[in-house]
Design a protein around this ligand. Structure first.
Ligand SMILES: Cc1ncc(COP(=O)(O)O)c(C=O)c1O
Length: 434
C-alpha cells in the first residue's frame, strides 16, 4: 500500500489490505431512504421487539441493579457470567444439545462470535465454504480476514452433499486450504430453508472425512411455526462443530449477547481472542438476561414471538400468492425470511431504486453471494412490518416487478410475462414445509 491519500480521505493509503473486504454495500444509501416511514421495508431483519413486554425486562434490570449493582457494573470474565452460561445450556438443550458449561463462551452477539472464529482460524487466501446463498455479514467478516468464500449448491433440503464432496475435492486439487464450512442450517438467512436431518448427518460425515470444521450458526432455530425443526448439528457431533447461538431473536438484539459452544481446545483460543477484543462481554446485559431467564416465562415469550412471526409469514405467503402467483419462493417453517425467485431477465439490484420510489424495499439477492450471483433473487423479511403492511409491500412490489417486465418486453422481444415466469421456476415451495 502507498502512503498517498486522495481528495476524499487523507488516510486512504494507510489502511490495512484487509479493509478492502469492508466495502459498504452499494444498496446501503438506498436503505437510508427505505427507512422512511412511508416505505414498507421488507429489507431489514429486525426482530419485532415490541412483542416483548417491557416490564419483563425493566423488572429484571431493576433487580440486577438493586441486588448486584457493583458486580454488574464491573468488568467480568472473558468467558462470560457463569450463571448465564449454565442457563445457555438449558436453551441449547431445546435443540438437542448436551454440553459442558466450560465450553460455552459468551460473546457480544453471535456476530462477534463469527469475528472471533474468523480471527483464530483464517489466514489470507484460506477458503470458507458456505451455502449458496449465505448470510451477508458473515461473509463480510470472512472477507475482512482476506479469506475466500466458496459457495456450495443448495436445494430445498439445504446443502447438497454430492456438490459439497465435489467442491472439496476440486479445491483440494487446486491446493487451496479449506478452514471451515459455515452453515445456517435452520431457517437460513436469506433462504428460509432448513437442512433436513438426513442431510445434516451426511454433511457432518463429509466434514469429518475431510477434516473440515463446521461452523453452525443458529439464531432462528427456536422460532419455528409449524413444528420444531431437526435438532442442531452440534447435537450429534461434538469435536467437529462450533455452534453459535444468540439472544437477539428470542429476546432482544439490544443486549448484544450471544455465545459460541466450541470443542475444548478451540474454546480456549476463543476466550483469549474475546479478551483481546473486549476484555469481557458486558456483565450488565448478561446479568439482566440471566435474571430474566430465572424469573420470567421465557419459553412462553418465545411462543409469543412464534405466533407473531407465523402470522407475518402467512401474510407474506398469501400476498405473494395473490399478487405474484407466477413467481416462486421458499416457504419457511420459521425464522424471518422468504427467498423470492424472479424471471431470468429481471435484475433485483438494478430494480431496487424503482422499488424504493414505489415505497417498498427488499434486499437484492446479490448481497448473499460472494461471487456476484443472486441477481434474479431477493430476500423478503417478514419479521418487522405488520401483516397489513406486508400485504401492501408485496402489492407494491408486484407493481414494480410487472412494470419492469413490461419495460423489458418493450425494449427486447422477450416472451410474454406468464411464459417467462413459468420457465424460470427454480426454487419451488418445498412440499414438506406446508
Ligand atoms: C445468520 C445470522 N448470524 C448471525 C447474526 C448476528 O446476530 P447477533 O449478533 O445479533 O447475535 C444474524 C443477525 O441477523 C444472522 O441472521
Amino acid at each position: 500500500m502507498t502512503s498517498q491519500g486522495n481528495n476524499l480521505d487523507r488516510w486512504y493509503g494507510s489502511y490495512a489490505e484487509r479493509t478492502a473486504g469492508l466495502a459498504a454495500s452499494e444498496v446501503r444509501a438506498l436503505f437510508a431512504v427505505a427507512s422512511r416511514p412511508e416505505v414498507v421495508s421488507l429489507a431489514g431483519g429486525m426482530p419485532f421487539v415490541s412483542a416483548l413486554p417491557r416490564e419483563l425486562v425493566s423488572g429484571a434490570m431493576e433487580r440486577v441493579m438493586r441486588d448486584k449493582g457493583p458486580v454488574a457494573l464491573q468488568y467480568g470474565s472473558g468467558q462470560g457470567v457463569p450463571a448465564l452460561r449454565e442457563q445457555i445450556l438449558e436453551v441449547m438443550a431445546l435443540e438437542g444439545i448436551r454440553a459442558n458449561v466450560d465450553d460455552v463462551v459468551v460473546t457480544t452477539g453471535s456476530q462477534h462470535a463469527l469475528e472471533l472464529v474468523a480471527k483464530i482460524f483464517l489466514d489470507p487466501g484460506d477458503v470458507v465454504l458456505a451455502e449458496a446463498p449465505s448470510y451477508v455479514t458473515a461473509m463480510v467478516v470472512f472477507k475482512s480476514f482476506q479469506a475466500q468464500v466458496e459457495h456450495v449448491l443448495t436445494d430445498e433440503h439445504g446443502l447438497v452433499p454430492s456438490a459439497l464432496r465435489e467442491h472439496i475435492a476440486r479445491l483440494r486439487a487446486q491446493g487451496r486450504r479449506i478452514k471451515f464450512l459455515y452453515t445456517v442450517p435452520t431457517f437460513g438467512n436469506p433462504s428460509g430453508i432448513t437442512m433436513s436431518w438426513e442431510r445434516r448427518l451426511e454433511v457432518l460425515e463429509i466434514a469429518r472425512a475431510n477434516d473440515i470444521l463446521v461452523l453452525e450458526d443458529n439464531p432462528y432455530g427456536l422460532l419455528y411455526f409449524d413444528g420444531p425443526p431437526p435438532h442442531a448439528m452440534r447435537s450429534v457431533e461434538e469435536e467437529g462443530v462450533i455452534y453459535l447461538g444468540t439472544f437477539s431473536k428470542t429476546l432482544a438484539p439490544g443486549f448484544r449477547v450471544g455465545w459460541a459452544l466450541a470443542p475444548h481446545a478451540i474454546r480456549e483460543k476463543l476466550i483469549l481472542a474475546n479478551e483481546a477484543a473486549v476484555l469481557s462481554p458486558s456483565s450488565l446485559t448478561q446479568m439482566i438476561i440471566s435474571e430474566y431467564l430465572s424469573t420470567a416465562d421465557w419459553k412462553g415469550q418465545i411462543d409469543t414471538f412464534r405466533g407473531v412471526y407465523r402470522e407475518r409469514r402467512d401474510a407474506m405467503l398469501q400476498a405473494l400468492t395473490d399478487y405474484l402467483p407466477d413467481l416462486s419462493w421458499t416457504v419457511p417453517n420459521g425464522g424471518f425470511y422468504v427467498w423470492l425467485t424472479l424471471p431470468d431477465n429481471v435484475d433485483s439490484k438494478s430494480m431496487l431504486p424503482r422499488a424504493v420510489k414505489e415505497l417498498v424495499a427488499y434486499t437484492p439477492g446479490t448481497a448473499f453471494y460472494a461471487n456476484g450471483d443472486g441477481r434474479t433473487h431477493m430476500r423478503l423479511a417478514f419479521c418487522y412490518p405488520t401483516p397489513d403492511f406486508i400485504r401492501e409491500g408485496i402489492r407494491r412490489l408486484s407493481t414494480v416487478i410487472n412494470g419492469e417486465l413490461e419495460l423489458l418486453n418493450t425494449f427486447s422481444q422477450t416472451a410474454p410475462l406468464a411464459t417467462v415466469r413459468a420457465e424460470q421456476r427454480i426454487v419451488s415451495p418445498p412440499a414438506n414445509l406446508g
